[in-house]
Design a protein around this ligand. Structure first.
Ligand SMILES: C[S@@+](CC[C@H](N)C(=O)[O-])C[C@H]1O[C@@H](n2cnc3c(N)ncnc32)[C@H](O)[C@@H]1O
Length: 297
């Protein structure tokens, strides 16, 4: 089920940094519902090309529908962006003039209870972006011992009550009492002694499990590592991150690329850009976005 659309985050800033132009070749590493991609294709008319990747077949179908008017200028591939180098080479799009990576999950993924990303409506503990492979969150919870689970919650969720939450979850899983997102949320809420403002007590646990199930940090590290091979001289890279674990990796990788003695990249942003107050008012899901951009010299 695909519910609604995803509003592209920081669209004006993405287009300003990526500066799509006719004849350019672009990669949208997280094409989602094609919100950014549609504008990249429009700005690079009449002959710019875009290769869009997504691990989620449902998102890709939505992108196919949205980008159909651009015909063969848009190529959509089901795959993870850790394989961008291979995929772009197979599409004849390597090296490219620009790459966008808008991390995380989309609104339709979050809003579909059956995907298991959200605790606002009960759904199965799935959380896989690519439902054709890999371990679900329920399977991960059944496999992990309490210490391993505590490490996951600490490392991927920055959860200060990781040990306590892990113990409670582990015991409930052993008693076969946790099957849905709302059951997990209630369990975590009961285990956490304090409350953060504007944050559900289960937010960190859900973030940690999602990152684990989708190996999100491993995916990000691989893409960041491959950047020098993906871009033409003058090619630009834009990343949008939604939490500090990801943004820190992007920041350090960009800083490292710009500091290399061969000076193959220069930073276009020195501090992360944030969405305007007007955008956050229009689209509250943009509020934690942080955008960074670099250019291949
Ligand atoms: C925030 S949404 C992108 C929305 C898109 N920019 C738009 O405007 O419609 C992120 C998308 O990236 C996909 N995704 C996340 N990690 C991925 C990865 N490692 N490889 C490929 N796709 C990924 C998700 O499935 C999701 O559809």
């Amino acid at each position: 089920m695909a519910l609604g659309r995803h509003t592209p985050v920081m669209l004006d800033e993405v287009l300003a940094w990526l500066a799509p132009r006719p004849g350019g070749v672009y990669c949208d590493a997280t094409v989602g519902h094609g919100g950014h991609a549609e504008h990249v294709l429009a700005q690079s008319a009449p002959d710019g090309r875009l290769v869009g990747l997504d691990r989620d077949e449902a998102a890709l179908q939505a992108a196919r529908d949205r980008l159909a008017p651009f015909g063969d200028r848009a190529t959509l591939v089901h795959g993870a962006f850790s394989a961008a180098r291979t995929i772009l080479a197979a599409c004849g799009a390597l090296p490219c003039d620009g790459l966008l990576c808008d991390l995380g999950v989309s609104s339709p993924q979050l809003d579909a209870p059956e995907r298991g990303f959200s605790f606002r409506a009960g759904g199965p503990l799935d959380m896989r972006m690519d439902r054709s492979r890999g371990e679900t969150a329920a399977e991960a919870l059944a496999r992990l011992g309490p210490d391993e689970l505590a490490s996951v919650l600490r490392d991927y969720g920055e959860e200060r009550y990781a040990g306590r939450i892990a113990r409670v979850i582990h015991e409930a899983v052993a008693r076969d009492e946790v099957h849905t997102t709302t059951e997990l949320q209630a369990l975590v809420a009961g285990a956490v002694p304090t409350r953060e403002r504007h944050k559900d007590p289960a937010t960190r646990t859900f973030q940690a499990l999602r990152l684990l199930v989708n190996d999100e940090l491993g995916e990000l590290d691989q893409l960041l590592h491959d950047l020098p091979d993906l871009l033409k001289p003058g090619g630009r890279v834009v990343f949008i991150a939604f939490h500090s674990l990801e943004d820190r990796r992007v920041k350090l990788a960009f800083r490292g690329l710009a500091a290399k003695p061969d000076q193959r990249f220069r930073r276009l942003t020195f501090k992360a850009q944030r969405p305007s107050a007007a955008e956050v008012a229009r689209n509250p899901r943009a509020r934690s976005a942080r955008l960074r951009a670099v250019e291949r010299c």
